[in-house]
Ligand binder design. Structure first.
Ligand code: PMV
Length: 345
């Protein structure tokens, strides 16, 4: 894993800290790694941070423990999942010789079901360890740290609209996220049509690696990404909803088409996913500005403007298999909270 600059370490802190980070949805997708070492993405990406979906993580360092304790949604986690957390803490501390941590984390939405729980989870964890390890990392360095937990986590450090940069260096120092616009830039809405709360069968890392190794159009995917990113940045600055929507759908279907061309093929959708796609397109034919995107799971995320929310909800809730809809607005940056107080979305 990449070496972070630890020259600012002030020392470990006692007591606990609580951090909140919101999930994010990629409008221009990340799919594929240019190096597994340091978890370096093969393409840049652009996202929207979502207020309604978040992880809340409490961390306390404890000298007496001989291994980290990680409790996720009130259940203690062991094995591979715990190792992923412990490796992340070793990396953040710059050593394995560190106090162990007791971490309690909760997501206010289904975990591991294509709703970017690893994005909000690792962003909150990065913020919490930064505080308790006394790292004094700035946002950009925090995004590089979070990226090593999960690629999309780098983007959850920021509120509003954000870009994950594609670097060229092996050490990953350029593969960082920056904010494009804060949450007040544009009052768009993202409706998440939940079609299943089951954990996905194929994780995003395995899905990406299989795609990179076997999909025949993978090089074209990489080559066409810079144009999508540039066009999206322009459209977001201009608040051009139609263009943002069109680019969002294009990037989504390009990614899923590519994954389908892997061997064996990768398909994250279920019947309700497909039905919802058609419903959104039908709405558009009827003059409602609604555009969709889908991640490594069966949920359909619909980008729209506030005035269309109710019409879209009604139409999509009528699709067989759509369990419920979560409505999100642009969310705030990851932040430290007082655990007793209400969360600021
Ligand atoms: O950060 P990961 O490894 O969970 O990968 C995220 C992949 C997508 O959600 C499908 C796309 C993206 O850019 O968030």
């Amino acid at each position: 894993m990449e070496n972070l600059n630890h020259s600012n370490i002030e020392g470990y802190r006692s007591g606990s800290v609580t951090a909140v980070a919101h999930s994010n949805i990629a409008l221009v997708k990340y799919w594929g790694k240019r190096a597994v070492q340091n978890n370096l993405p093969a393409v840049g990406s652009i996202s929207l941070t979502l207020d309604a979906l978040y992880s809340k993580t409490n961390l306390e360092l404890k000298d007496r423990l001989d291994q980290d304790i990680f409790v996720l949604n009130e259940k203690e986690v062991e094995g591979k999942q715990l190792r992923r957390i412990s490796d992340f803490l070793d990396l953040a501390a710059g050593t394995k010789d560190r106090p162990k941590a007791h971490i309690e984390s909760e997501n206010n939405f289904p975990t591991g079901a294509g709703l970017a729980s690893s994005a909000s989870g690792f962003a909150a964890l990065a913020l919490a360890v930064n505080d308790r390890f006394g790292l004094n990392l700035d946002r950009i360095s925090l995004s590089a740290l979070a990226r090593q937990g999960s690629g999309s986590a780098a983007r959850s450090l920021y509120g509003g609209f954000c870009e994950m940069k594609l670097g060229t260096k092996e050490d990953g120092s350029e593969d960082v996220a920056i904010q494009l616009h804060d949450q007040s830039h544009w009052d768009v809405r993202l409706l998440v049509a939940v079609t299943s709360t089951q954990k996905k069968e194929l994780g995003s890392t395995e899905g990406m690696n299989r795609t990179a190794q076997t999909a025949p159009f993978y090089d074209e995917w990489i080559a066409s990404q810079p144009t999508d990113l540039e066009e999206m940045k322009k459209a977001l600055s201009a608040r051009d909803f139609e263009k943002v929507g069109e680019l969002t759908e294009h990037s989504c279907f390009k990614m899923h088409g590519l994954a389908l061309a892997a061997r064996p093929p990768i398909l994250y959708w279920n019947a309700a996913t497909t039905e919802t796609i058609h419903r959104v397109w039908k709405l558009r034919q009827n003059g409602i500005q609604a555009y969709l995107t889908i991640d490594a799971g069966p949920q359909v995320k619909i980008l729209c403007l506030p005035e269309s929310v109710e019409t879209i909800k009604e139409a999509v809730l009528g699709v067989k298999g759509v369990e419920h809809i979560i409505e999100a607005k642009p969310g705030t940056a990851a932040h430290i909270v007082d655990p007793e107080k209400e969360i600021i979305l």
